[in-house]
Design a protein around this ligand. Structure first.
Ligand code: ADP
Length: 515
């Protein structure tokens, strides 16, 4: 497509990306797919085709796993000294920063998120996790254990543990934060010494392809392979591959369940970061203005397409009406429109099926008897060029058993649920199959601590919402997932432990006692 028809100036590298058919990155080279199929990369803001991308198939996955296996088995990455590994991973972070403009623009064009948000959050969070994990490369240590064994009197042992990479890991990522979710997975896996086959989401391949153009040469061939393609084809082939040692997945709970089953068949570790339906709970003693802002960013940032969206806003009855009035007032100031425009707050929904899903949920909520007090339909106003924009929507009078309160919409749709007191808030907050995150707004620190202990969620924010850091473990309770990303936990998820025993003093122990 001709980049100049859009009302912004695209970075030269973005323009050249838009004009190429994108290939697969296997064994350190850009290669064609064996499927000879391509899929279109589309701009959700306009529906226009941006580029074409090779759609990898099971043969491509096999080749990528083989390349990763060879790289791993030949020690191309594991034998690189830890300090050198750390320097390379750090350099990846620096290169991401140097390419901020093109990465942010592509993330915006491909996913529909405001370019200002991609530039301020997605890109620097991605570069920073590489630098954080670079530090871990030199801190992967075992322990020395002063061992004693009752049935071998007189014998002495020197015993210690080693932490070793699991091997070749399959990583499958979603379309809502393509670059960041890739960074969350690639950085710890590399720091722990693994080789990788990564499958981006078919809806949003762009930023990861550019990432590979930028960083590919830093790594020995085969250490990091990227195979784009459909979930049911390339994704499934990766999850079922017999030669991978771990799967890390972020996406829907239903796909996560299938992938877990594939992991179970091979008895390999699986980490899953899945959906959410998080309660954001406002007590009457809260700083209400701060809570309004937290509720707005909790649901409308990234057009509501975040697993941590605070999509159930629980408001204490005593402040309900005034709180909702202010919420509507602030939500109305959201500037909806072209995500490439620097002052846009809310962009389009990323894919046509997702747009339809959100619209269906608006109908479901209305049919269930929820009151639509803001929005409630497609946004066709100023700035909406295409047909995937949804009005920021607020429903009041929602009860927690309605589908709009129990099911993940993944769009800019907020359900407001009133509650009486702390016990009621806790009951409603936990009455859900998901458990990714929760927010508590209160000036009573005792209550804040009680609530954060009792809410069944992997992250609890008090008097804030949506902050994440690569230093803090992130993951879910219940159907929201298994395992943790970020922080030390993420490194541990890509390592396994070995115990070594060395006899330093033998004894005439009864050989039949040993197990
Ligand atoms: P969504 O419904 O939000 O698109 P998915 O869970 O379907 O989320 O997709 C997240 C990622 O998982 C994408 O990269 C997708 O291609 C991949 N995927 C979907 N289904 C499968 C599957 N059965 N096996 C492996 N990967 C899959």
């Amino acid at each position: 497509m001709d980049a100049s028809i859009l009302n912004y100036t695209v970075n030269d590298n973005v323009a050249s990306f838009l004009n190429k058919t994108q290939k697969l990155y296997i064994g350190g080279k850009w290669v064609d797919t064996n499927s000879s199929k391509t899929f279109d990369v589309e701009d959700p803001a306009t529906g226009e085709k941006l580029a074409s991308c090779a759609a990898g198939n099971s043969k491509d996955i096999d080749l990528a796993v083989k390349a990763a296996r060879e790289a791993f088995d030949s020690g191309k990455w594991t034998s690189v000294p830890a300090n050198e590994k750390g320097k390379i991973i750090w350099k990846i972070g620096d290169l991401i920063d140097q390419h901020t403009e093109e990465l942010a623009q592509l993330e915006s064009l491909d996913n529909g998120k405001p370019v200002a948000v991609a530039g301020a959050a997605d890109v620097p969070l991605s570069s920073d996790i590489f630098r954080y994990m670079a530090g871990w490369a030199t801190k992967i240590e075992g322990e020395t254990i002063p061992i004693s064994v009752p049935y071998t009197p007189g014998a002495q042992y020197h015993s210690y543990t080693l932490r070793e990479p699991v091997g070749v890991v399959g990583q499958i990522i979603p379309w809502n934060f393509p670059l960041l979710m890739a960074a969350w997975k690639i950085a710890p896996a590399l720091a722990a010494g693994n080789c990788i086959v990564l499958k981006p989401a078919e809806q949003t391949p762009a930023s990861i392809l550019v990432l590979m153009e930028v960083i590919g040469d830093l790594l020995p061939p085969g250490v990091l392979n990227v195979v784009n393609g459909y979930g049911a084809e390339a994704g499934q082939a990766l999850a079922t591959s017999k030669r991978i040692a771990k799967i890390a997945f972020t996406g829907s709970d239903l796909s996560g369940q299938k992938i877990y089953e594939q992991g179970a068949k091979k008895l390999i570790p699986v980490t899953l970061e899945l959906g959410g339906k998080s309660p954001n709970i406002v007590f009457d003693d809260a700083d209400k203005e701060a809570a309004v802002m937290g509720a707005i960013s909790g649901i409308f940032a990234a057009t509501g397409q975040t697993c941590i969206a605070g999509s159930r806003l629980l408001v204490q009855k005593s402040i309900h009406d005034e709180f909702v009035a202010r919420l509507i007032e602030v939500a109305k100031t959201a500037k909806i429109g072209d995500p490439m425009s620097l002052d846009t707050h809310v962009g389009p929904v990323t894919t046509p099926p997702q747009f339809k899903k959100v619209m269906d949920y608006l109908d479901i909520a209305k049919a269930e008897g929820a009151n639509c007090v803001l929005g409630g339909g497609e946004y066709t106003g100023e700035g909406a060029k295409g047909s995937q924009f949804v009005e920021p929507t607020i429903f009041t009078g929602v009860s927690n058993d309605m589908r709009i309160a129990q099911e993940e919409v993944f769009g800019p749709v907020l359900s407001v649920i009133p509650f009486e007191d702390e016990a009621d808030a806790l009951r409603i907050g936990n009455d859900i199959n998901f458990g990714l995150a929760a927010g508590v707004w209160t000036s009573d620190m005792g209550r804040a601590i009680r609530m954060s202990e009792r809410l069944r969620a992997g992250t609890v924010w008090v008097n804030t919402y949506r902050v994440v850091s690569y230093m803090t473990p992130f993951g879910g309770y219940k159907r929201s997932g298994l395992g943790r990303e970020n922080g030390q936990q993420a490194i541990m998820a890509y390592l396994q432990q070995k115990s070594v025993w060395i006899a330093t003093e033998t004894s005439a122990a009864n050989p039949f006692v040993m197990k």
